[in-house]
Design a binder for this molecule. Structure first.
Ligand code: PLP
Length: 420
């Protein structure tokens, strides 16, 4: 199902490109709701991204999909890992990433996360820790940190598909660019090995937002030129967008790469990029079965077994995900809203879609589900999380079993003082 033989593949893989018969077979074998991750496509995406940034270090932003199958695939392909928590750090190291290619990005880190990261950094001096606040610098120093240190800068510019994910605009992340050289000097004085600068403008940079991306990189470049410290790398973050809509073009990666290099002109440091979504989004689909059909006025409501607890992006960000009916027979189309089983009116996967008239038992596929899909799944409504199947060529393997009701109560059942 991986499509063409070219190592880096087509720049876009649409939901329509997946083989319907193969997907029906997977749903029949493993049940629904089911996430399907195609590892061959993950490798293609990595090869294409690495090809566009030949001199850069590429770190996978683990939060997009921390599945062991994905982490192992990307570690083997040569990627590094960007980890946003102690848990992600543990999973990245366990999956085989070389600590020299692992960055831990501390965002208002809980004490346990910092304790853990400092312990790992002492054990593996090649690990890099990124901080985005003076407080974090102090808290690292309190823990005796003396490892590789990178400063996250808040560039004051944001790109992205929704306000809520435009982290560059959000002062929660990074120190203001104007304070950056002072904080870098302070970190060096405390004995940290200052190696890099970082900024992540936001998620979902599209072709119209390349200027904003360039502005973020320019801000970083200014700081890099200003500091007296010799920097090993400048990390411009991730946020490379993928086309969620069927009529949207692929991101012009060559242009992004060229503008990034241009903005870093004269800066003597390696470029680092941290794509999450770009590497995994179109490698994944979510399969869900229709269990209820209602025709209300001009709209048909298709109630499915996946909803906001399976894939929260539509409910949380108003994100668009393509939806396709996998029924084999020809049917007239209708205006359909696909909704889930959760008692919330925001529990919607897609509205106002032109789909073959749905019937109970139909299988639907939701596209671009490989990033921020299963990773953001929850047990709200006491709903067990879905299974994940990894495809690799002709192999299909369950890499995360479907949760059961016992998983939903596990932490209660194993509490030290369980409620009777
Ligand atoms: C989320 C995040 C990324 C990845 O963002 P994508 O849009 O998935 O590429 C990279 N770096 C940092 C610091 C992040 O928080």
């Amino acid at each position: 199902m991986s499509g063409d033989g070219d190592a880096s593949g087509a720049s876009v893989r649409r939901l329509a490109d997946w083989d319907a018969e193969d997907l029906r077979a997977l749903a029949a074998e493993f049940g629904t709701p089911l996430y399907v991750d195609d590892l061959a496509r993950v490798r293609q995406n990595y090869a294409r991204l690495a090809g566009a940034f030949p001199d850069a270090e590429v770190l996978f932003a683990v939060k997009a999909n921390a599945g062991r199958h994905v982490l192992r695939t990307l570690a083997a392909a040569g990627a590094g890992a960007e980890c946003a928590s102690a848990g992600e750090l543990a999973r990245a190291l366990d999956a085989g990433f070389d600590p020299a290619d692992v960055h831990y990005t501390a965002v208002n880190p809980p004490a346990e996360d910092l304790d853990y990261a400092c312990r790992i950094a002492a054990e593996h001096p090649a690990l890099t820790v990124t901080a985005g606040a003076r407080d974090t610098v102090e808290r690292l120093a309190e823990r005796g940190f003396a490892g590789r240190f990178c400063l996250r800068v808040h560039p004051g510019v944001g790109a992205g598909h929704s306000e809520s994910v435009s982290t560059g605009k959000d002062a929660k992340f990074g120190v203001p660019a104007a304070d950056a050289t002072a904080v870098l000097a302070d970190a060096a004085e405390r004995g940290f090995d200052v190696v890099g600068l970082h900024a992540h403008a936001g998620s979902g940079i599209t072709n119209d937002q390349i200027e904003e991306h360039e502005a973020v990189v320019s801000t970083l470049a200014d700081v890099a030129r200003e500091t007296d410290l010799a920097l090993e790398f400048v990390d411009v973050g991730g946020g490379f967008g993928v086309p969620y809509r069927e009529d949207e073009d692929a991101l012009d990666l060559e242009r992004v790469a060229a503008r990034t290099r241009a903005a870093l002109d004269g800066v003597d440091a390696t470029l680092t990029v941290e794509p999450g979504r770009y590497l995994v989004a179109d490698a994944g689909v979510l399969l869900t079965e229709v269990n209820t059909v209602k025709r209300v006025g001009d709209t048909t409501i298709a109630g499915a077994d996946a909803g906001m607890t399976t894939l929260v992006r539509p409910a949380m960000y108003g994100s668009y995900h393509p939806i396709r009916s996998l029924v084999a027979e020809e049917r007239a189309t209708e205006n359909v809203s696909v909704v889930g089983p959760v008692c919330e009116s925001t529990d919607v996967l897609g509205e106002d879609r032109d789909l073959p008239a749905p019937e109970r038992g139909d299988l639907l596929a939701v596209g671009n589900a490989g990033a921020y899909g299963v990773e953001m799944a929850s047990q709200y409504n006491s709903r067990p999380r879905p299974a994940v199947v990894a495809l690799d060529g002709d192999d299909a393997e369950v890499v995360r079993r479907r949760e059961t009701l016992a998983d939903v109560t596990l932490a209660e059942d194993t509490a030290s003082d369980p409620y009777p």
